[in-house]
Design a protein around this ligand. Structure first.
Ligand code: NAD
Length: 228
């Protein structure tokens, strides 16, 4: 089976009701990114950061995977599918995808502020000031904030460099180092990009654009891949 690597961003979850990051009406117009998604923000106002992610977690409970997520699961019948996602939601998991790598962490997990290897499932939707790890240190969201290292980049590069087909869905390719993954796609590997809006790709590569929302875009992609 050919290895189909799918790189997803906030756009694949938009039809599930989760707002994206930068596009019009995006979540971040209401927040100062550095206040809620950086270590400095955490040091300045832990309550605000916890509230921001608690709200996201509470909202996620109400959301369901959409046809973009489930369409990728169907592709597993024909391809060895690997998903590399920038999303912190669990909609790929809930749709039933098998191989998922989260580059930027997982909203439903917490981790110790001191012992980074102590990672826990969040019980319900809330992490509170005073919730501590087994060694007594405050828990924080298990999210990669701006300026923090991205430990999953190395495995993501390995998976990308072995791709027979590479698909990009719903990402503005603005966040680094995640966006640099495209530079590791083998030269002969076809790249498809699904997004209803124009995405400027800085790589000198032939990319087949599918200008659709994820649900319809994945359906079109499936037809293209199964016909070729
Ligand atoms: P982004 O907001 O920068 O870009 C979203 C892209 O999705 C845009 O190009 C937009 O045109 C496209 N889009 C909008 N609706 C779409 C649809 N229905 N179908 C397909 N595409 C659609 O998001 P990004 O590039 O993923 O970077 C944002 C960062 O914010 C990531 O690092 C991620 O961790 C975080 N984030 C995650 C979530 C989530 O987990 N669901 C949500 C918001 C932000």
């Amino acid at each position: 089976m050919k290895k189909l690597v799918v790189f997803t961003g906030a756009g694949i979850s938009a039809e599930s009701g989760i707002r994206t990051f930068r596009d019009m009406g995006g979540l971040w117009e209401e927040y100062d990114i550095m206040e809620v998604a950086s270590y400095e923000g955490w040091q300045n106002n832990m309550e605000l950061v916890l509230k921001f992610y608690n709200d996201r977690r509470k909202q996620l409970i109400e959301c369901r995977p959409n046809e973009g997520h489930t369409g990728l699961v169907e592709l597993e019948k024909h391809f060895n599918v690997h998903i590399i996602t920038q999303n912190v939601d669990d909609l790929h998991e809930r749709a039933g995808s098998k191989n998922i790598l989260h580059l930027h962490g997982n909203l439903n997990k917490s981790r110790s502020t001191v012992h980074e290897d102590l990672v826990y499932d969040v019980d319900g939707w809330e992490i509170k000031v005073g919730d501590v790890c087994e060694k007594g240190y405050q828990l924080r969201p298990h999210i990669v904030w701006f300026g923090e290292p991205v430990p999953a980049m190395m495995p993501a590069i390995k998976i990308t460099s072995q791709a027979d087909i590479f698909v990009v869905i719903g990402t503005s390719l603005n966040v680094y180092p995640a966006a640099s993954l495209l530079g590791y796609v083998p030269a002969k590997t076809p790249i498809y990009l699904i997004d209803p809006n124009e995405v400027a790709s800085p790589w000198n590569r032939n990319v087949e654009f599918i200008y659709e929302k994820a649900s319809k875009g994945v359906e079109i992609l499936k037809k293209k891949l199964l016909e070729s």
